[in-house]
Design a protein around this ligand. Structure first.
Ligand SMILES: [Zn+2]
Length: 436
């Protein structure tokens, strides 16, 4: 264990901004939520990037006009951009990390792409796992638009995936036809555009959805997702729940055809169908977009839920935390080493809710990423733990207590498989969210 840097030693890059209106619709009519304290980046980082990590405070709010949640006091755009450019830890499903989180997403995309020659683009697909997998399934017209792609070059060289490096829409060649009439650009347009967990990071997601409209065929589909969170995270510009998607879809010429919330899954998927073309449909498009996205009653029903969410300060209920503390206390009293498996928000939240001070526990943090062996994880008490690669640290061992610091069942199953494959026995494998 090594001591953490402190903000006095290293000037922080973390700057805050104060908003007095909703970034999505500009309204001043919002409900103020509670203050949160959370780890800035849900990840372990190498020692030389620890100045980009911190425990930060922020206050979220819910817009009563469009249904988006945002940070009244939160990270500045500049800070979020700096972080995402330098160190934001994306899932790398192509390396087997977080692969289970992509299963539903891929199933949904394939469901809406019945023909293998249909045109598909993914925005922000990072390591190209989505088009790579679709290519294996026989799809032939696949594009990836991503500012810092980590895709296997062979796929690009063999022409299986067209890679456009940069931000959507400017980097997308289909966008370059946007000033043409629909009939003139029709043959270039996509059948499906997907963007997984992208919108909530943007300053202006509505503008992005309007650009997607222009790059899609009529009746083409946008498949987007947002984290199904109980509280805002500090790096998010916005939290977009059902009401925010209803508002955006209508204003960008879409209707929501399906909302999918897989059981025990931390993401909600929104399938939206393009109804009008924002460029070529003229007044018809204007009329469509100006109509109410849903009934007042339906909007209010969802707002009730969202209002409660912005008031919450933590994600985990008291009963689950009791199970956590009971197990930790029992094993601590027996003098056992306690393993925490996972380096995301959940790990930080668990540590912040332990009754025994962290400095008194024999605590070891592991995760599934070989490349992060030796990285540091910032604890809520501003100290750091070295992170070990589970595949070697736990190999052939008998461990009294492993706490799964993950919330989703697919992640849990992924870890169980890994433990089995490395012959790790454990007396107690604790998953505190497993109560249904
Ligand atoms: Zn708003």
């Amino acid at each position: 264990m090594r001591s953490a840097f402190s903000s006095a030693e290293c000037p922080s890059i973390i700057q805050y901004e104060h908003l007095n209106s909703c970034p999505l619709c500009g309204s001043h009519n919002y409900t103020k939520g509670s203050q949160h304290r959370e780890i800035l980046q849900p990840a372990a980082l190498p020692a030389n990037l620890m100045h980009l990590q911190g425990n930060v405070s922020f206050v979220s709010a819910l817009c009563e006009d469009c249904g988006a949640s945002f940070n009244l006091e939160g990270l500045s755009d500049e800070t979020r951009i700096t972080l995402s450019k330098n160190s934001y830890a994306f899932l790398k499903p192509s390396q087997g990390v977080g692969i289970s989180n992509y299963t539903y997403y891929l199933d949904i995309i394939m469901e809406y792409l019945p023909h293998k020659n249909q045109r598909f683009a993914e925005i922000g697909g990072y390591d190209g796992y989505t088009p790579a997998t679709l290519s294996k399934h026989g799809y032939t017209d696949l594009s990836l638009i991503e500012p810092s792609p980590q895709i296997d070059n062979c796929l690009v060289e063999q022409g299986k995936v067209k890679l456009y490096k940069g931000f959507f829409p400017e980097a997308d060649p289909v966008w370059s036809y946007h000033e043409l009439e629909y009939s003139e650009r029709k043959e270039h347009l996509y059948d499906v555009i997907a963007a997984r967990d992208v919108f909530q990071m943007l300053g202006n997601p509505l503008q992005m959805l309007k650009s997607i409209n222009i790059c899609l065929k009529t009746n083409g589909l946008a498949i987007c997702s947002s984290g199904d969170i109980d509280v805002m995270h500090p790096q998010q510009k916005l939290h977009l729940g059902l009401n925010a998607y209803r508002t955006m879809a209508r204003a960008a010429g879409f209707t929501i055809v399906k909302t999918i919330k897989p059981h025990r899954y931390s993401t909600v998927f929104y399938v939206m169908r393009k109804e009008v073309d924002l460029v070529s449909d003229g007044q018809a498009a204007k009329d469509f977009c100006a109509a109410a996205p849903c009934s007042k009653e339906d909007f209010e029903k969802e707002q009730l839920k969202q209002r409660e969410i912005v008031q919450r300060t933590r994600q985990t209920d008291a009963e689950a935390l009791k199970r956590l503390n009971d197990a930790v206390t029992k094993h601590h009293n027996l003098g056992h080493e306690i393993i925490l498996y996972g380096t995301g928000y959940t790990c930080s939240e668990m540590m912040g809710n332990l009754q025994i001070p962290l400095s008194e526990l024999n605590l070891t943090i592991v995760n599934s990423d070989k490349n992060e062996d030796g990285y540091l994880y910032l604890r809520p008490d501003d100290q750091t733990n070295i992170v070990h690669y589970a595949g070697s640290y736990l190999k052939d061992k008998n461990i009294p207590l492993i706490i799964l610091a993950v919330r989703s069942k697919p992640f849990k199953q992924e870890i169980e498989q890994l433990l089995k494959s490395i012959n790790c026995q454990c007396d107690e494998l604790l998953f505190i969210y497993d109560n249904d």
